[in-house]
Unconditional design. Structure first.
Length: 90
């Protein structure tokens, strides 16, 4: 059986393409911006590279403000940074 081909997606900050495995996927659902770790949520995704520098710049520049409220963004930022550091609640 052939291995699954790597799919590239574009990071919203750098506008460069990366393999899907190197990116976080966010999806807006029911008015909230959710982290989709399993690629199972329906809808168009927003992709962010998984390194800490990119995450910091995305929130510093406010690239996600039009998708979510300040409160939701604060929670999302914390969640993304935990996953980037390898700290998960699973």
């Amino acid at each position: 059986m052939n291995p699954k081909p790597s799919v590239n997606r574009m990071d919203i900050l750098s506008r460069k393409s990366f393999p899907r495995e190197e990116l976080f996927r966010l999806v807006k659902q029911d008015g909230k911006l959710l982290l989709d770790l399993n690629d199972t949520l329906p809808g168009r995704g927003i992709y962010i590279h998984r390194d800490e520098e990119t995450l910091a710049k995305v929130f510093q520049k406010g690239l996600l403000r039009k998708y979510a409220s300040k409160e939701d963004l604060a929670v999302l930022e914390s969640e993304l940074k935990n996953y980037a550091h390898g700290k998960t609640n699973q």
